[in-house]
Ligand binder design. Sequence first.
Ligand code: CDP
Length: 229
Amino acid sequence: MTKITIAIDGFSSTGKSTVAKQIAKHFGYVYVDSGAMYRAVTYFAMQEGFIDASHFNVDGLVEQLESVNISFKFNEALGFAEVYLNATNIENEIRTLEVSNFVSKVAAISEVRLKLVEQQQALGNQGGVVMDGRDIGTVVFPDAELKLFMTASAETRAERRFSELIERGDAVTYEAVLKNVQERDYIDSNREDSPLIKAKDAIQIDNSHMSLQEQFDKILTLVNTTLEK
Ligand code: CDP
């Protein structure tokens, strides 16, 4: 059976990665979390002192980009690939609200995007890939056989992300998470390079009132229909 490329884009915390992992597992496809790569560069920028609450040394970060090596290693126990920065597993470190608060600024830098998009295209060039992000159907894989665009209300998304962070044991407030979700929506949708927009041929799915099972079933049907074409 031919292996297709599935591009899942959408706003933050819309459950893209949850359904992308489920679909990849079901079809034996590779799942690539492109957001994890932008988070990894952001974590690097924070560690190296290029970004904090009061300053952002864009030129300094861009100059050091060559030394940023991002890779994924499949973790059998977890059932998905974890992200590594220069051989260190940073899967947990990149999921903090602090990283979320800086990531959209880092992701707006064209040099960062150029580097990561090249790597994303190399990871998916054989097909049989489910990749989620903001520009997968528009920039990374404009010819993807199936494109989805996920939305949900900002409040629903903030509640989901707040629960995830609390479950991890992070000390965050719902208000801070909602503010982050709204700020990232704005920056991601309004940046000059590869803004978050729905590809013309993407199917929009609002999952505000869908259970995980309903969402999976709907998307599974869409994938099967695409495979039959
Ligand atoms: O999981 P969540 O929805 O919070 O976001 P993510 O997928 O981890 O992405 C984090 C951030 O990376 C986004 O808010 C974007 O600023 C950036 N990103 C991007 O610009 N392009 C992508 N293809 C993926 C993520």
